[in-house]
Unconditional design. Structure first.
Length: 244
């Protein structure tokens, strides 16, 4: 019986990752999994929309560290209790906790065909840790100019009555000052959608991900996608590089 190519590739990974007679932890997980995809992009780049399309096209479950943290905290697991302490004190959750959650996630049956890592890793150290847990064959970076991002985010507002979402440029109210859905006039803008806050978030994003993009590019995994086009056009560009 012919052996699937992905299993042969996993066997090669097994052989290459033997270090002085000691197997790297979680190697059995790496050998059982098919390759995963990493997706990242700046806030407001449409990453969430494209992630949903990638899941639909590939069948790979979407993994978000935020979702995993909330689930672990709600379930009261050991890692969840540790994470909760950091979150309640306003501190960042340490990498070892995040990596621990991912180690647990890749053991799930639905992870056998690989996962879509949404917004993770964010640093080279996290990418190195992920490489020991799950094979990654494709990294997609959605790129949008900062000025476009600022316009996208700062222009958003919602109806305080029904929650309908609008945008100054892309989806204004049909009648100025009146919600199309409920007729209300109470509109809200998120405090963290201010221009200063958005620019600070973009600065932090670039500082973190520039080395990460280079790290993946040096390994021949990075694909840059121009995110300045329409949602559908960006989706088409991504679909052309997805594994069959």
């Amino acid at each position: 019986m012919a052996v699937p190519l992905h299993l042969l590739a996993s066997l090669l990974v097994f052989l290459l990752m033997v270090d002085a007679g000691r197997l790297i932890p979680c190697l059995h997980i790496v050998c059982l999994m098919e390759s995963s995809i990493v997706l990242f992009g700046p806030p407001g780049a449409g990453k969430g929309t494209q992630a949903g399309r990638i899941v639909e096209a590939t069948g790979k479950p979407q993994v978000s560290t935020g979702d995993m943290l909330r689930a672990a905290v709600a379930a009261g697991t050991e890692l969840g209790r540790i994470a909760k302490g950091h979150m309640e004190s306003g501190g960042l959750v340490p990498d070892d906790v995040i990596i621990g959650l991912i180690k647990e996630r890749v053991k799930a049956r639905d992870a056998e065909n690989g996962l879509l890592f949404d917004g993770f890793p964010r640093t080279v150290a996290q990418a190195e840790a992920l490489a020991e847990i799950a094979p990654v064959s494709l990294v997609i970076a959605i790129e949008v100019e900062d000025e476009s991002i600022v316009g996208r985010i700062t222009g958003r507002f919602t109806c305080g009555g029904c929650g309908s979402v609008y945008h100054d440029q892309f989806r204004p109210c049909e009648v100025e000052g009146q919600c199309d859905e409920c007729g209300g006039s109470d509109f809200k803008r998120r405090a963290d959608d201010s221009e200063d806050t958005v620019r600070a978030r973009l600065s932090a994003y670039h500082e973190q991900t520039s080395p990460l993009a280079l790290w993946y590019e040096q390994r021949g995994l990075l694909h840059r996608i121009d995110g300045n086009a329409s949602i559908d056009e960006v989706g088409v560009r991504i679909s052309k590089i997805l594994p069959e």
